[in-house]
Design a binder for this molecule. Structure first.
Ligand SMILES: Nc1ncnc2c1ncn2[C@@H]1O[C@H](COP(=O)(O)OP(=O)(O)OP(=O)(O)O)[C@@H](O)[C@H]1O
Ligand SMILES: [Mg+2]
Length: 346
């Protein structure tokens, strides 16, 4: 659906040049919700703006539905751009226009008749549940309502792709959830491919199928969202996952871990698992098999892309050989469980 081939974008100024997008290759399948996560300044906004040629890449190709954007005439490019909706962190609504008129704008620009516009805007208002606000002005709306207007506007020309640049970053957590469910609903119901960029793991966790990590303009990791949580490869991805899990309080394990084993110390491991395995039976079953005792110090169960994921910290009582066998078994045979030694504690 969307293919980015060796994409570069650099900005030149008098005395320096910044490479904001540095050789990005990505393939985004139709119907997917694809997230790109990165820190501030990583190149996220630049990259997403290159996808619809709001920003012209310095080199490389953007291919949408088989069309190379760089090879289109101006009018063909405009037609293709109409099929790519976009929403932004700060909504970008026109304050002088009512909700209705904001949503109508792209239809007016596309030369639609007044009757068609009224029909379409009314159905979009229903979709985003804002029919009662249609004659209000943006200044009279909450942040979440403004973003819903922006979503309706982005859908006006029946796009195949929706680009979201930090669409929930200006919203509180509860409003973020309602906007994310609306995006998911749009993806399901209208079969629109969604490419979103974010610095929030919550967004990735809640709605993405696939996630890529961008750092200094380069994609350094790209996987399904379950695998991203289970098995983050790069330091940056590990930090994202770790920070997300550590936001949950874990008072029980405030002890200092020792890196080396010594007699009388117990092994502390972090277990991450995905799928239908439930924390307690998994740990007790395996502990029994290896004849060791285990206690769960911390358990956090999350729904990641509609699948259950568990994040556990477990203390293992038993001699070094047995606990090592236990860890080896988990690592070697349980593909949906990841074990990571945190250290030893009393
Ligand atoms: N128009 C521009 N002119 C010059 N440099 C730019 C321009 N736009 C972006 N940059 C630079 O490109 C790099 C990437 O910026 P970008 O806005 O894409 O990052 P970002 O990941 O979206 O960050 P944030 O999370 O803060 O929004 C930064 O170093 C930025 O200073
Ligand atoms: Mg940005």
């Amino acid at each position: 659906m969307i293919e980015l081939i060796n994409l570069y974008k650099s900005y030149q100024s008098k005395d320096n040049s910044v490479v904001a997008v540095n050789g990005v290759n990505l393939n985004i399948a139709a119907g997917n919700i694809f997230g790109i996560i990165g820190l501030s300044g990583a190149g996220k906004s630049t990259l997403i703006r290159c996808v619809n040629f709001l920003e012209k890449p310095t080199s490389g190709e953007v291919v949408i539905n088989g069309k190379y954007l760089s090879q289109l005439s101006n009018s063909e490019l405009r037609q293709t751009q109409q099929k790519i909706g976009m929403i932004f962190q700060h909504f970008n609504l026109l304050n002088s226009r009512t909700v209705f008129a904001n949503i109508a704008l792209p239809l007016e620009l596309a030369g639609k008749s007044k009757q068609d516009i009224t029909l379409k805007v009314n159905s979009l208002l229903q979709l985003v549940d804002l029919t009662d606000k249609k004659n209000n002005y943006p200044s009279q709306l909450s942040g979440g309502q403004k973003q819903r207007v922006a979503i309706a506007r982005a859908l006006a020309n029946n796009p195949e792709v929706l680009l979201c640049d930090e669409a929930t970053s200006a919203l509180d957590p509860q409003t973020t959830d309602t906007i994310l469910s609306l995006l998911k609903q749009i993806n399901n119901k209208l079969n629109i491919t969604i490419l979103l960029i974010t610095h929030e793991m919550e967004v990735v966790k809640n709605i993405c199928d696939q996630v890529a990590v961008i750092d200094q303009g380069k994609i350094i990791e790209n996987s399904t969202v379950e695998n991203f949580f289970l098995n983050p490869q790069t330091q940056l991805a590990q930090n994202f996952v770790r920070t997300f899990c550590n936001e949950k309080p874990m008072p029980e394990i405030s002890v200092e871990f020792q890196p080396e084993y010594s007699v009388g110390k117990n092994l502390i491991v972090r277990l991450t698992f995905v799928g239908d395995k439930v924390a307690e039976p998994l740990v007790t079953k395996l502990a029994k098999k290896f004849n060791i005792d285990a206690s769960i110090l911390q358990a956090d169960i999350e729904t990641v892309n509609e699948k259950t994921m568990g994040f556990l910290v477990v203390e293992l009582y038993g001699d070094k050989q047995k606990t090592t066998e236990f860890i080896d078994h988990l690592t070697a045979y349980e593909t949906s469980v990841k074990a990571e030694v945190l250290g030893y504690a009393n």
